[in-house]
Design a binder for this molecule. Structure first.
Ligand SMILES: Cc1cc2nc3c(=O)[nH]c(=O)nc-3n(C[C@H](O)[C@H](O)[C@H](O)COP(=O)(O)OP(=O)(O)OC[C@H]3O[C@@H](n4cnc5c(N)ncnc54)[C@H](O)[C@@H]3O)c2cc1C
Ligand code: FES
Length: 270
């Protein structure tokens, strides 16, 4: 793949996850297959408008991929208008992703807030492909209200499994919401976590900050906490200097940067 030239891809289908969140499934026009680690991202071009980074998510087909986005600005508004058959541009995958190899034989806590869920879904799907390699697997997902529930069908299937613990939380509940009402980080207080738990986190900065603090108070070391950072990006490959935290570039050295590593760089990365 040429680093700065997007490859053309055709939209296979689109899915409305909520009123403001959509998923696009695509296939490269040249039918190529890409390998990626969960937590890596792609730069997606909406032609005539611009480019933005999104987490890449695997599908059951080797040559089809998905990304899920909240409509917040110009690129995402344009992407939301696109339909099956339309063409988009893709660069990447870029970045490091969550270090699944490093955490084999450990308990894994996956913590997502809002639109931080795509890389966490991708990570859980990968874990489930080789479930026996991990111990306890816990996923906590927090949303603002039940209407903001992204990937509900996937969660329904994970809830039915007896080898994944699922906990959900909404800041505001509803009559039908049978889960926690409050912040997703409240769920950490209720969890009995061993120190041998690797924690993968993706969500709004304040959520990742509070989650990291609570996990450390539970005795989990900084070296077991892996937030996925978000910064404004342009090149995606460590050349333009737009996405730095201290001397690290989020696109090249992240987006997943272990907490002890980030704390060596800056006092407040959030
Ligand atoms: C590694 C990475 C992975 C991402 N994965 C996803 C994903 O899977 N799904 C998803 O919905 N979003 C994801 N994002 C965020 C997404 O890329 C931005 O929201 C995107 O720039 C929106 O483009 P836009 O043109 O629609 O919005 P714009 O018109 O560029 O901006 C809309 C508003 O959001 C602000 N903004 C845009 N990007 C950022 C940023 N990175 N940090 C802080 N503020 C910002 C702008 O300042 C503006 O106020 C990811 C970001 C990164 C860095
Ligand atoms: S986006 Fe250019 S250096 Fe990271």
């Amino acid at each position: 793949m040429k680093t700065f030239q997007p490859e053309l891809a055709k939209i296979i289908k689109t899915r409305e996850e909520t009123d403001s969140v959509k998923t696009i499934r695509f296939r490269f026009l040249n039918k190529k297959i890409i390998r990626f680690h969960p937590g890596q991202f792609i730069m997606v071009t909406a032609f005539g408008v611009g480019e933005a980074p999104f987490g890449i998510v695997q599908t059951k087909k080797d040559n089809e991929y998905e990304f899920t986005f909240r409509i917040v600005g110009k690129v995402t508004s344009k992407l939301a208008e696109l339909k099956k058959g339309n063409i988009i541009g893709i660069r990447g995958p870029f970045g490091n992703g969550f270090p699944l190899k490093e955490v084999k034989n450990k308990n894994v806590l996956l913590l997502a807030g809002g639109i931080g869920i795509p890389p966490i879904k991708s990570t859980l799907l990968k874990i489930l492909e080789e479930r026996e390699k991990y111990r306890r697997v816990i996923i906590c997902y927090g949303i603002k209200s039940p209407d903001d529930f992204v990937y509900k069908k996937d969660f329904d299937s994970w809830i039915k499994r007896n080898d994944v613990e699922v906990y959900l939380s909404a800041d505001r509940g509803s009559d039908k919401w049978g889960w926690h009402v409050g912040f997703v980080t409240d769920l950490i207080d209720e969890l009995n976590l061993s120190k041998n738990t690797a924690c993968f986190i993706c969500g709004p900065p304040i959520m990742m900050k509070v989650a990291s603090q609570k996990l450390m108070r539970k005795g989990i070391k900084e070296s077991n906490i892996y937030p996925s950072f978000e910064r404004l990006m342009q090149c995606g490959v460590g050349k333009c200097g737009h996405c730095n935290i201290g001397s690290l570039y989020v696109c090249r050295d992240g987006p997943v940067i272990r907490l002890d590593r980030i704390l060596k760089e800056v006092e407040n990365a959030w």
